[in-house]
Write a protein that binds this ligand. Structure first.
Ligand code: SF4
Ligand code: SF4
Ligand code: SF4
Length: 304
């Protein structure tokens, strides 16, 4: 039986869609089993087209992006209403994404920075007309509606999406593995005692040895192993874009506690090494961190 599928985009870069399109001819393995009923990234569907679809009639709803606008919230809830099985597709959808880093500031600060204070602005104004309105902060989609499947990645690899789709089409579950990027990485690891961290362009990388052992912040040890260790394999440290494996509840907290054990450095040296700790330790998942949730609760208490 052909399955009906909808692919929706909330606030995002649409890279997850790009990753699916990158399957090229391999798409022919899955497309005959699918009836695409909504996919604005490739066809000019409107919100009304989705609204007109009967509830619970879409077999698989793929949601990319996170809710930065009130229209995103409406689209997310609509996708839940129309879909039997909902997939949080990509790290924006699973955790809030890079835009979740904005949760460090108030909405007004973000608007002022973007529209009034950026260096390139000459006559700034905060636009208001014909806009859906911003959400106060980014709440991870799984805190707003239930999802049956979480498929992280920024973006998930084309193969990840193909595997998930193939499993779903054949009625099999799609579960995340507990392994990490380190489990997929071919580099030689030793006991760590890091005396100095380097930025990626500094020093000379030994391609055979673990990047973290050499003082490059490679987050493979705390990041779910789904991408095939594609960055460290080409000597680029893992930034943790797929988020943590299911057995780690807070990605950045795990990274910070590990650094405490392996870095033989003073707090001042660590501060100098990581001037943007939240950006470094929670690249795509700050919105789902304990820190962001605590801050969100403090904000709501202040407003009462
Ligand atoms: S998860 Fe990454 S690639 Fe996908 S939409 Fe978000 S920012 Fe883009
Ligand atoms: S290079 Fe990175 S991914 Fe590879 S073993 Fe070291 S920490 Fe893990
Ligand atoms: S190695 Fe790390 S940063 Fe690179 S794609 Fe995989 S999870 Fe993302």
């Amino acid at each position: 039986m052909v399955k009906r599928i909808a692919l929706a985009q909330l606030s995002s870069c649409w890279g997850c869609d790009q990753s699916l399109v990158d399957l090229h001819l391999k798409l022919l393995d899955v497309l005959p089993a699918l009836d695409i009923v909504y996919w604005p990234a490739v066809v000019d569907y409107k919100m009304a087209d989705l609204e007109a679809i009967p509830n619970h009639s879409i077999h698989f709803g793929f949601v990319e992006g996170s809710c930065r606008t009130k229209e995103d919230l409406h689209l997310l809830r609509l996708m839940r209403q129309k879909s039997k099985l909902l997939v949080a597709w990509g790290s924006c959808s699973a955790y809030g994404g890079v835009q979740g880093l904005g949760n460090q500031w108030e909405l007004n600060d973000l608007l002022e920075r973007k529209f009034l204070k950026a260096d390139t602005i000459t006559e700034g104004r905060i636009p208001e007309e014909n806009l859906p309105g911003f959400t106060e902060h980014v709440t991870p989609n799984p805190d707003i509606v239930d999802f049956e499947v979480i498929l992280p990645g920024c973006p998930p690899t084309s193969e990840n999406t193909a595997e998930a789709l193939t499993a779903l089409i054949s009625g099999k579950p799609y579960d995340l593995p507990d392994k990490t990027v380190c489990d997929q990485c071919p580099k030689e690891r030793k006991e760590k005692k890091i005396k100095k961290f380097f930025r990626t362009h500094e020093g000379h990388i030994d391609p055979n040895k673990c990047l973290l052992d050499q003082g490059y912040l490679c987050l493979g040890f705390a990041t779910i192993g789904l991408c095939g260790a594609q960055c460290p394999t080409v000597n680029t440290p893992c930034k943790g874009c797929f988020g943590p494996p299911p057995n780690i509840k807070d990605h950045g907290a795990k990274i910070i506690s590990a650094l405490g054990a392996i870095a033989d450095m003073t707090p001042e040296e660590l501060e100098r090494a990581f001037p943007d700790p939240i950006g470094s330790f929670y690249f795509t998942d700050y919105a789902s961190s304990y820190l962001s949730r605590i801050r969100g609760k403090q904000r709501s208490r202040k407003k009462k």
